[in-house]
Design a protein around this ligand. Structure first.
Ligand SMILES: C[S@@+](CC[C@H](N)C(=O)[O-])C[C@H]1O[C@@H](n2cnc3c(N)ncnc32)[C@H](O)[C@@H]1O
Length: 175
């Protein structure tokens, strides 16, 4: 039987953040005001004060306060990073931690590193939690910090991996 691609892409969205990462996020931000792309409103994985789910469409909502973002890893991921940049520049988002991957060749990476100053490269891959058994990931993870408290980020995430200052580009690549 062929599984419809819409179902497949929906299922692959459900990479739930493991608790040890959330603990580091809480230590860094001091609390999470918003998870803009939550698995559930009634049983959310992220201990945030507010959650937007697929039904709310987090991309069309304001992102206030301290944000933790583990976006759907699809082709549209650029839109989540553009949204974060816009909300941070507008002063609605005051700080954010983003869980994504080390994909330096992508447009999404360029957008995200336009506003993230510091990044943690975990020493090991992340076992995401999902609907079924724990899913070992096949990509190199990276955690980005957008905000002013670089030292807090470094202190909270140092046990997870190396902390790097995002290099400033000298030459822009193509589109
Ligand atoms: C990678 S998971 C992260 C879940 C949770 N935030 C966490 O970190 O454990 C991405 C989530 O985004 C949700 N999602 C997909 N499109 C969305 C949208 N437009 N608005 C809000 N949430 C969305 C999916 O249902 C999925 O649960």
């Amino acid at each position: 039987m062929t599984v419809p691609s819409a179902l497949l892409s929906h299922r692959t969205d459900e990479h739930l953040t493991p608790r040890y990462i959330l603990d580091a996020v809480l230590e860094c931000l001091g609390g999470i005001d918003l998870d803009p792309c939550s698995n559930s409103r009634t049983c959310p994985n992220v201990p945030a004060a507010r959650h937007f789910t697929r039904g709310d469409d987090g991309l069309s909502q304001p992102w206030d306060g301290r944000v933790f973002l583990n976006p759907p890893f699809g082709r549209d991921v650029d839109r989540w990073f553009q949204k974060l940049t816009a909300e941070y520049c507008a002063g609605r988002t005051v700080a954010a931690v983003v869980l994504w991957k080390s994909a330096t060749e992508t447009r999404a990476w360029r957008i995200l590193t336009g506003s993230a100053d510091v990044v943690c490269f975990p020493a090991r891959r992340i076992d995401f939690e999902g609907d079924g058994p724990r899913t070992g990931s096949t990509f190199s993870p990276a955690l980005f910090y957008v905000g002013r408290e670089h030292t807090r980020f470094a202190r909270a995430f140092a046990p997870i991996g190396e902390i790097w200052v995002v290099p400033r580009r000298l030459v822009h690549a193509g589109p």
